[in-house]
Design a binder for this molecule. Structure first.
Ligand code: GDD
Length: 330
């Protein structure tokens, strides 16, 4: 694909969303720059991406990176994004996930002044901001009630994005994304933890799965669909905020049914409820209303939960088969 002449910079390039967004933007002909702190912990970065090491809690090299990259669009996906972990390392989480966005917004504002360029900015806001939600489903006007250090940091970052839009006329958008999963999902998030364990159990590599609150209900979609919404937001004539969600809701229990069902297994024989995986404050139920995204962006999700579960199971089954073969070879 030929270059479209536009340059995009993605923070959190080595995460799930970073990898799907990389693929999407490369097919659209963007020149890509990617930021991440510790590459070895993430997914491999496409060699066509110019990689810059950058820790969002430091960011002293951000201005230099912006001067080098000269981006037209910045997708800010980098964060400490694990909700339970945020209770254990709250200050680090707020530094990276909350203040990190201010560091980027301010660096972009100064870059715009220096270069005369207009940068379009995407902030990865989260459905966790609704927390103990006052209404269901949640839309762009639903008040926030965050229930973790992570969610509080995301609320701060969300309002800072709006503030830069209003104060400086920056083209800054927030996508309020509900849970989005894929075979590339980090192993500590519940869907991937379940598909990894179920496939390993199927092949006799594991015998139990320890989980926390399996009555929690989430609105789960496919990450590949959701990164398309990020791109669409930055192609609009005006910056705005959008809820991105599937509009369907399932409990962790139902996800277990789906995944173990694909493998002809009964999860009740293997799942052990372990208080270690409960959170000090839980978000019991989230359900998104993405009407605005559908009407204004023409966006809609394509992958249903059953297909998503199957996609993840197939991918993890392949990993488990390789693991079993490697164990046999020793
Ligand atoms: N991770 C995890 N591990 N969650 C568990 C477990 C477990 O063993 N057992 C039960 N759960 C429950 C959690 O308590 C939560 O209610 C639900 O499963 C989903 O947990 P996660 O998959 O960790 O996701 P999350 O909803 O907390 O947050 C994710 O989605 C947000 C919205 O898009 C993260 O990706 C956030 O970064 C993101 O903002």
């Amino acid at each position: 694909m030929n270059s479209n002449g536009r340059v995009a910079l993605i923070t959190g390039i080595s995460g799930q969303d970073g990898s799907y967004l990389t693929e999407l933007l490369l097919t659209k002909g963007y020149v890509l720059h990617g930021l991440a702190p510790y590459l070895r912990y993430g997914l491999p970065v496409d060699p066509r991406v110019t990689f810059h090491p950058c820790d969002l809690s430091d960011a002293s090299n951000l201005s230099e990176i912006l001067d080098q990259a000269q981006p037209d669009e910045v997708y800010h996906l980098g964060a400490q994004s694990h909700v339970k972990l945020s209770f254990e390392i709250p200050i680090h989480t707020v530094d990276v996930t909350g203040l990190g966005v201010l560091r980027i917004l301010e660096a972009i504002r100064q870059f715009q002044n220096r270069s005369g360029k207009q940068v379009r900015f995407y902030q990865a806001s989260s459905s966790e901001m609704f927390g103990q939600a006052v209404e269901s489903p949640q839309n762009e006007r639903t008040p926030f009630h965050p229930r973790s250090p992570y969610a509080c940091a995301k609320v701060y970052a969300h309002w800072q994005t709006i503030n830069y839009r209003e104060a400086y006329g920056m083209f800054a958008c927030s996508g309020i994304l509900f849970n989005h999963e894929s075979p590339r999902r980090g192993e500590a998030f519940v869907t991937r933890k379940i598909t990894l364990a179920a496939t390993r159990i199927k092949l006799g590599l594991q015998h139990e799965l320890r989980l926390g609150n399996i009555d929690a209900r989430r609105d789960w979609g496919f990450a590949g669909d959701y990164v398309e919404a990020m791109w669409l937001m930055l192609q609009q004539p005006e910056p705005d905020d959008y809820v991105i969600a599937s509009g369907g809701q399932h409990s962790v229990r139902e996800f277990l049914d789906e995944v173990f069902g694909c493998l002809d297994l009964d999860w009740k024989k293997y799942v052990v409820i372990d208080p270690a995986f409960y959170r000090p404050a839980e978000v019991e139920t989230l359900l998104g209303d993405a009407t605005k995204a559908r009407e204004k962006l023409g966006w809609k999700p394509r992958v249903a939960l059953a297909d998503l579960a199957r996609m993840m199971v197939e991918s993890d089954l392949e990993l488990a088969r390789r693991e079993a073969a490697a164990a046999r070879a020793v």
